[in-house]
Design a binder for this molecule. Sequence first.
Ligand code: HEM
Length: 355
Amino acid sequence: MKILMVVTSHDTLGTTGQKTGFWLEEFAAPYYVFTDAGAEVTVASPLGGHPPIDPKSDQPDHQTAAMARFKRDATAQHVLAHTRRLSEMTAAHFDAVFYPGGHGPLWDLAEDRTSIALIESFYAAGKPVGAVCHAPAVLRHVMIDGQPLVRGKRVTGFKNSEEAAVQLTTVVPFLVEDELKRLGGRYEQAADWASFAITDGRLVTGQNPASSTASAEALLALHAAQPATKSLYERLGGVYSIATVVDDFVERLLVNDTLNANPAISEARGRVPKAGLKFHVTALICEGTGGPCKYSGRSMKASHDRLNINEAQWRAMVADFRKTLDKFKVPTKEQEELIAIVGGTKKDIVKPASY
Ligand code: HEM
């Protein structure tokens, strides 16, 4: 089993002049729950490298057994010191994703388009998503079928009364409890600082640092209860099927009037051989769906930057993609997974002014 853990890169506690980051117990305890169960853990953060540890989480009165173990564990420390960049992660390579809290995620991960798209990909692919303490805030903009993921779901997260107890109610950009309720989540809670985790559907949420172990165990239980799923790459039928779909898709794009009305796109069309484009897009989708290919082209930002692609052109592209998927009778679930993967590139392709 492969688990992705995502931690914050944000280290500034609002305007207080104090430091924040992720809560060490919320990384350490789940890390050992996962690795002790034999899972392979990858840790990622928006900026990569060593993420900021909230200094408060390492104060004497917050020490735990998992933290003590972490401090004796050179391997775990190396993993944490070299977190991967979130933008390099794809849901297809993992079985589940887990977000430790701390106040940091309220500022970066809650608003991070890469993180939002990644969670949407995990969920659409039927894979468990977990978040503890302040990390349920990362679900803030996550939409499934046009609705907030948490709407109608039993959820928990850091309580208003716990935020008041640490005197940060007026410092945080928003309160986790209020936000989950505003989104339509069925918010539940235990006593302040008690361990409390909830599973609803494929979503696990935990209330506070003491809930770290319970949340991680719930994520494992959720995964264990699922029938083993093949990778999207396998379900699509491998690279020949993907290449066939890409071939049809690119042919549609080449004659799409909405796209060709953009002079930068039509100029590139005349210059770039379509066979090369199909090769690159096939490799990208093959890799993104968990296949054995390695994409070797330019980044999505670099290759589309000068094309000035707007929202309407993006929609025209997605409509063509759906036509191709329908033509080849790709099942709805696999279609949604593919659309989520393609959707993850939007932030790098569509110009911010029109996004
Ligand atoms: C409205 C949406 C899009 C349009 C109009 C578009 C158009 C183009 C054009 C004209 C190029 C050639 C650029 C050049 O070499 O100067 C290109 C490159 C490429 N596009 Fe797109 N694209 C769109 C969305 C996407 C999406 C969603 C993906 C992948 C999921 C994608 C994957 C690629 C790849 C892999 C390349 C080749 C990069 C390289 O040359 O290294 N494109 N695209």
